[in-house]
Write a protein that binds this ligand. Structure first.
Ligand code: ZN
Length: 129
């Protein structure tokens, strides 16, 4: 396998059971781990992309979502294995920011990404040390 192929393979991930497959448009450089009430429970590592640029297979056929609070976004998970795959704004405007959970990808992908810690619980700022 060439280095280019290896890199391309890293861009494709899936939920645990494989019903939902995700292909990123580009290699992310930064991702966010947030401590807000939902993120800390999910343990998501979110990389952000423009809505419409990430390719999903098995969504929405195999997914369900969770909407709460001020109802601005939905967190989407596989309805079979329960793994959170991504979140998207409820208005669904293409180009808007949405998050993909890098925990559904090969660990080698996360190893290449700078993970920033975001205090979504209180100060709404990054709390990197
Ligand atoms: Zn699944």
């Amino acid at each position: 396998m060439t280095e280019e192929q290896a890199e391309r393979n890293l861009l494709t991930g899936s939920c645990h059971c494989g019903a939902v497959r995700i292909t990123l448009p580009v290699m992310p450089t930064v991702a966010t781990k947030c401590n807000c009430s939902i993120c800390r429970r999910l343990g998501g590592i979110w990389a952000y992309f423009e809505l419409g640029t990430v390719q999903f297979e098995g969504h929405p056929e195999h997914t369900t979502d969770y909407i709460w609070g001020d109802k601005t976004l939905r967190i989407i998970r596989c309805r079979h294995c329960g793994c959170a795959t991504h979140w998207e704004p409820l208005d669904g405007v293409l180009g808007a920011r949405h998050g993909v959970n890098l925990n559904n990808f090969d660990p080698a992908l996360q190893a290449r990404v700078k993970i920033r810690h975001f205090d979504g619980a209180e100060t709404w700022t990054f709390i990197d040390t």
